[in-house]
Design a protein around this ligand. Structure first.
Ligand SMILES: CC(C)(COP(=O)(O)OP(=O)(O)OC[C@H]1O[C@@H](n2cnc3c(N)ncnc32)[C@H](O)[C@@H]1OP(=O)(O)O)[C@@H](O)C(=O)NCCC(=O)NCCS
Length: 165
């Protein structure tokens, strides 16, 4: 639960290729530090994945996925996305800025964007780390997936949805 006051941030669209390194660094830090409180070392390693030889593929996928980034003082502190089928695939906040409302700001902006594009619901596969945040933002669990596998390692998560009124 957030105990510190909200950290004012700017939400803007992902810029390719300038945001690639910063969003990848947030992804790694969020998994290796924040998510390591709920997943073991093997699960963290599998999820974080091998270090890329270059960031071109990461950049291409972020660019294709309607990615939003959160900035504080011109530094990227978090990002999320919205795939064409209404899936929120990514939600990562750097641990230095965690618990300060960054994910709330990102998801609120994504829901606004989704409504304006005609979506009536969003779905996600929430990690054990992110499930309370998604619940707080109005998502409900459709199905728990204790058998989810990433790179041959079991990383349980939950399929969730959020109706957009
Ligand atoms: C999940 C994550 C994105 C949350 O980011 P964050 O910026 O720290 O979240 P926020 O501060 O915006 O919190 C959002 C809301 O969830 C609530 N919340 C967060 N964790 C909670 C918990 N364990 N129990 C109850 N509520 C919780 C907060 O209190 C807040 O509610 P409020 O705005 O009404 O006060 C971040 O912890 C993270 O990157 N985790 C690791 C990576 C990960 O698992 N990503 C998801 C992949 S599916």
């Amino acid at each position: 639960m957030s105990t510190a006051p909200p950290l004012p941030c700017d939400i803007r669209a992902y810029r390719s290729p300038d945001d690639a390194a910063a969003t990848y660094a947030v992804f790694q830090a969020a998994i290796r530090q924040t998510a390591s409180s709920v997943y073991g070392p093997g699960q963290v390693e599998a999820w974080a994945g091998p270090a890329p030889t270059d960031l071109n593929d990461w950049d291409r996928r972020r660019g294709e996925a309607s990615t939003l980034v959160a900035e504080v003082d011109n530094t990227v502190v978090g990002f999320t996305d919205l795939l064409p089928d209404g899936l929120v695939d990514m939600l990562f906040v750097h641990p230095r800025s965690g618990g300060r409302g960054i994910a709330r700001a990102l998801l609120t902006a994504t829901m606004y964007d989704a409504r304006s594009r005609g979506f009536t619901e969003l779905r996600t596969f929430a990690s054990r780390s992110a499930q309370p945040t998604f619940e707080r933002l109005g998502f409900t669990v459709i199905a728990d997936r204790p058998d989810n596998m990433v790179r041959g390692v079991s990383i349980p998560h939950a399929e969730m949805c959020r109706y957009l009124s």
